[in-house]
Design a protein around this ligand. Structure first.
Ligand code: PLP
Length: 452
């Protein structure tokens, strides 16, 4: 019998998160205070995050225990299945073996609840009443809205305006879970009003929405801020994905030659890849790892590795990362979750250490790959996930040309069931590819802060 799904039982759910900081040859450069430019201490972050998450942010322990209450919620959908894409392999006529970890099985449709749930849990533990956040595609906002409902927390979401207009059902989902959703930039915050004064028709960006959320959280003692990617603790929470995949591939009797993930802020990529990269750093098998980003927001492939602000209004810490500049506003592509000007500092550090390679793909090629995948496997990927699908198909076709039977693992980080307008636009020929000229990239980078 040709097995299609490798399924773990609930008692095989990982009981700890994997912290790659324990296995790196050098730590990433420290985050700096946006006002003083000095390295940040835990106290600087306390107005925004609960102490348990701040301690995870700076931890170098290899294994961090997942609280039982969080494991209980994870069991609503975890462990997630690992699929062998036998139908896609056949459609491509490739000798490659393609596996995908399917995170779209979560109730809100992506990997984002893996961190939304522990973030809500630790905030509740420390007496927080309300979480304030931003969302691009709406996947993160939906995940946090659900986690807030589970733990009895109010949730306020600043949703990037272009997605707010493109994805009314994502907003409806967040509201169904009890969250309040505001289109960003908004008139509700100083940062929003500043942007609107200069650009009344602004489509918004993750950098702007982060500024609004941070501003509101910092001013309210009962509120804290929650971020859906970029930070170390977020990447940490996502490592349940890769840890499960390691066990499932063992069941299948395989080990990946290539691991592929799409990158916005870097969290689903880290989730699938870090446990394998960690195994390699500890003397285990080598693996080629590929991060795939959109050509219209190419932080890893065309950005600069430099200190920059995490948000547009310069309220978030300065971190060393691959960045296109905090004022960069990407095109309104449908992969809204990938429209972030920077990259997680930890992912950027790994890129500098040469632990993975990156490539950029345009949206038409990604949608074509997503449609091909849907017709073979029956799952419509989220537009973000299509970037990983595109690279997977390209690698599988390369195997076909070379007659090689490589094992490819990719993270299908979310379904696209709320993204059908994007697929309609693609089918109607309304989507355009866009790449930045060298001048445009240089202009956006001109505003980087100078850090000695
Ligand atoms: C389905 C999906 N994939 C990927 C991303 C990008 O985020 P990250 O790089 O942190 O995984 C998002 C962000 O919203 C998303 O919704």
């Amino acid at each position: 019998m040709d097995t299609v799904k490798y399924v773990l039982s609930e008692d095989q759910l990982p009981s700890s998160w994997y912290n790659i900081a324990a296995d790196l040859p050098s730590p990433p450069p420290p985050a700096l205070h946006p006002g003083t430019g000095q390295p940040l201490g835990p106290a600087d972050l306390a107005p925004l995050f609960p102490m348990a998450l701040i301690m995870q942010e700076v931890s170098t322990e290899r294994a961090i225990e997942i609280p039982e209450e969080v494991q209980a919620v994870y069991r609503q959908w975890r462990p997630t299945p690992l699929f062998r894409a036998r139908r896609l392999e056949k459609a491509l006529g490739t000798p490659a073996k393609i596996y995908y970890k399917y995170e779209g099985i979560s109730p809100s449709g992506s990997h984002k609840p893996n961190t939304a749930v522990p973030q809500a849990y630790y905030n509740k533990q420390e007496g927080v009443k309300r979480l304030v956040t931003e969302t691009g595609a709406g996947q993160w906002g939906s995940a946090l809205a659900m986690a807030g409902a589970f733990f009895g927390l109010e949730v306020l979401v600043y949703m990037v305006k272009v997605s707010f207009n493109q994805k009314p059902y994502r907003r409806a989902l967040m509201e169904t879970f009890g969250a309040r959703v505001v289109a960003s930039p908004s008139e509700e915050t100083h940062s929003g009003r500043m942007i609107l004064a200069e650009h009344p028709d602004s489509n918004g960006s993750l950098g702007i929405a982060i500024s609004e959320a941070v501003e509101v959280a910092a001013q309210d003692p009962d509120s804290k801020y929650a971020l859906g990617s970029v930070l170390n603790h977020v990447l940490l929470h996502q490592t349940v994905i890769g840890q499960e995949a390691l066990m499932q591939l063992e069941m299948a009797g395989d080990y990946p030659d290539i691991i592929i993930g799409c990158t916005g802020g870097g969290s689903n990529f880290s989730g699938i890849a870090f446990p394998f990269i960690g195994a390699k750093l500890r003397g285990g098998r080598d693996v080629r790892v590929i991060a795939v980003e959109p050509a219209s927001c190419p932080s890893l492939t065309r950005g600069k590795y430099a200190y920059d602000y995490g948000d547009t209004a310069k309220m978030a810490p300065m971190v060393k990362m691959h960045t296109l500049g905090h004022t960069f506003v990407p095109e309104g592509i449908h992969a809204g979750g990938l429209r972030y000007h920077g990259m997680a500092p930890m992912v950027s550090h790994l890129a500098e250490l040469g632990l993975f390679e990156a490539r950029a793909e345009t949206q038409l090629g990604c949608f074509a790959a997503g449609v091909q995948f849907a017709r073979a496997e029956g799952i419509v990927p989220a537009p973000e996930a299509n970037h990983a699908v595109k690279a997977t198909i390209d690698e599988a076709l390369r195997c076909k040309e070379a007659g090689e039977s490589k094992v490819i693992l990719f993270n299908l980080c979310g379904h696209g069931n709320f993204d059908m307008q994007a697929y309609l636009d693609y089918a109607a020929g309304k989507l355009r590819d866009h790449a930045y000229s060298q001048e445009e990239v240089a202009m956006a980078l001109a505003g980087l802060p100078s850090v000695s």
